[in-house]
Structures are given as structure tokens and as C-alpha cells.
Design a protein around this ligand. Sequence first.
Ligand code: GRF
Length: 222
Amino acid sequence: MSATLSLAVLVSGRGSNLQAIIDACRSGRLRAKILAVLSDRIEAEGLRRAEAAGIPTIALAPRGYPSRRAYDEALFARISSFAPELVVLAGFMRVLSAPVVEAWAGRMINIHPSLLPKYPGLQTHRRAIEAGDREHGASVHFVSAEVDAGPVIARVRVPILPGDDPETLAARLLPREHALLTATLALFAERRLEWRPAGIHLDGCILDRPLELGADDRWLPA
Ligand code: GRF
């Protein structure tokens, strides 16, 4: 059995995805350890969740840094001090500067509430409804310099139902986001997933399209 996967998790707000990771580690479903939780917002509920779980926290406000890059370098210097194998952006609401992203290429993932490449950016639930889409979802992807545009590892789908508004749709999607993020992390923990310049590899084979998580929390056949 290979060693436990070590993580640093970045949050800006509520931290329900962080909580899902904490719960999955506790239950033994995920062989991972969160070394630290970091936030750009001192008041982030996610920091409180980490404290409650006994995980070291760092709140670093961007104010006072002369540039985005200076802030990002300070934040990632803190992250590096923990030497995590993987950085997880779980509701981290800042765009990271290219040098930092490049330094962590293949070692940083993000969860985004849309079926990427559809709807990068904000207001994804509203945009999916307004477009008349019949389904929506979430994606876990490697972080690249362009926002929400890095290689997609895995996705999960939910239906858009008549009468949905952004709140009802977000509420349907959120538990599926949690399942997607923890299931994807489990693949990393089992050492089955790997980023290579040629593409994402699963079990040593190139992944030619994103994995899809089914309603029963199992990966659908390719
Ligand atoms: C989630 O919808 C996630 O996909 C997006 O931001 C939200 C964060 O929620 N990136 P939480 O802070 O994990 O509850």
C-alpha cells in the first residue's frame, strides 16, 4: 500500500467541499491527510471547519501586497512549507498568477460547478438555466494559467428540472460536487491518476475524455 496522499486545501468561503474531504478522510474512504487549510479571507467558514478538525490554518489577506503575483508567491511559500503532494482549490475565489500556476502544474486541482468546458467563471448555475440546458454538473480539473481551462479529470452530471432557479440547481449539484471531489482525490490517493505533459493518465493509460461519476458514486465505464 502506498503512502497517504498529503494535501493543502485553499478556501475562500463556506468550505463544504473541504468538509467533504475531511469527512472522507475520517471515514477511511480517502487515504489522505490535509496538512493545512489556507484562505485569502480571514472570516471564511472553511477556516473554522479546519480548526474544528484540528487542521493547521493560515489566513493571508491580499491587502498590503503590492501585486497579485507578490501575494500569490507569499501564499504559495506558505503552502510549500508544508510540502503537500497536491493542492486543492475548493471554492478558492482568486485567480492565480501564471508563474505560481506553472510552478505547481500537475500538482494543483480545482472543483468548478459546471460541465467544463462550458461556463468557466462565475454564475454557472444561472448561465446553464438561461441557456436552456437540460443538464448541468461539476468538473475537477488541473489548474492552468487560464481560468477554469486546465485539463479536465472528471465530471458529474445533474438534471436541470422545469422551474429550477440558480439556488435549487446549486442545492442539487452541491452534494454531487462533494462526491466528485472525494472520488477524484481517492484516485490520486490510490496512485492511479497522474498528470503528464502528454495528458492525464489513469492506470498508466492516457485519459482521452474526462471520467464521469455515476449516481451511485462509481465511475461510469469509458
Ligand atoms: C463550489 O460550488 C465550488 O464548485 C466552487 O465554489 C463553491 C465552493 O463551495 N468552486 P464550498 O465553499 O466548498 O462550500
